[in-house]
Design a protein around this ligand. Structure first.
Ligand code: CU
Length: 235
């Protein structure tokens, strides 16, 4: 890409060379009495200027070159971009293949990413729990998707949650008909793989021992229930 200001130093040098050549031209030399009067005066003035003020001229030209070479700084300014990078979305299928599972049930998701739950047939849901107390909401703020009755294919809507920090997020399906949570419908986001006593396997063992119904929240919360962005996803 052309950068017009960068040509300025060369133009100035060419002008200087031309100017010096002009002053040394024999037809307008100050010693030539046949030269016309006007060019002689101009040449004399210029020659005198160069001789008497060569240092000043040098400084002036150097300053000019400096200003010209500094000029492109403004041209290379790039405004700050304001568009956000697209967020990663991790898809989890509840009840995939008619089984009482989340697939995958052990999700690794970076902070700021989205985990998006899709729902296959039966009537599944997803609720946030804690490691120690499977099949029950973690607290009053636990996310809850509501139920997704589906006859075939996948649900018209999905449920999204945002991963806000690196702590493990435990979840389960609150469908009590056939005890989905106790039957293996639990999962985790960002399990601590250095602490096997808190593994998903250990959590599922705890869930299998839970007696009584799974708990649900009073209403959909803690995420976004939105139209399915990929209803023909093939699962
Ligand atoms: Cu279920």
């Amino acid at each position: 890409m052309d950068n017009p200001p960068s040509l300025m130093p060369f133009l100035i040098i060419i002008i200087i060379i031309t100017f010096i050549s002009f002053t040394n031209h024999p037809t307008i030399n100050t010693s030539d009495s046949n030269a016309s009067t006007l060019p002689l005066q101009i040449t004399s003035v210029f020659t005198l200027s160069i001789k008497m003020h060569s240092s000043t001229l040098f400084i002036t030209l150097t300053t000019a070159l400096g200003l010209v070479s500094a000029a492109p700084t403004d041209k290379t300014y790039n405004p700050t971009k304001t568009s956000a990078a697209p967020r990663t979305t991790h898809t989890v299928i509840a009840g995939r293949g008619g089984r009482l599972i989340f697939d995958p049930d052990n999700v690794v998701a970076e902070v700021g990413s989205i985990v998006e739950f899709h729902f296959n047939p039966l009537n599944h849901s997803v609720v946030e729990s804690s490691f120690d107390t499977p099949c029950q909401p973690k607290d009053a703020d636990s996310f809850f998707s509501g139920f997704f009755p589906v006859r075939e294919g996948q649900s018209d809507e999905v449920f999204q949650i945002e991963v806000k920090d690196t702590r493990p997020i435990w979840f389960y399906c609150a469908q009590n008909n056939n005890a989905h949570c106790q039957s293996g419908m639990t999962g985790v986001i960002n399990q601590n793989f250095d602490r096997q006593e808190f593994s998903l396997r250990a959590h599922k063992e705890l869930a299998a021992e839970v007696e009584g119904p799974s708990g649900v929240q009073g209403g959909i919360q803690g995420g976004w229930r939105i139209p399915n962005p990929n209803p023909l996803g093939g699962f």
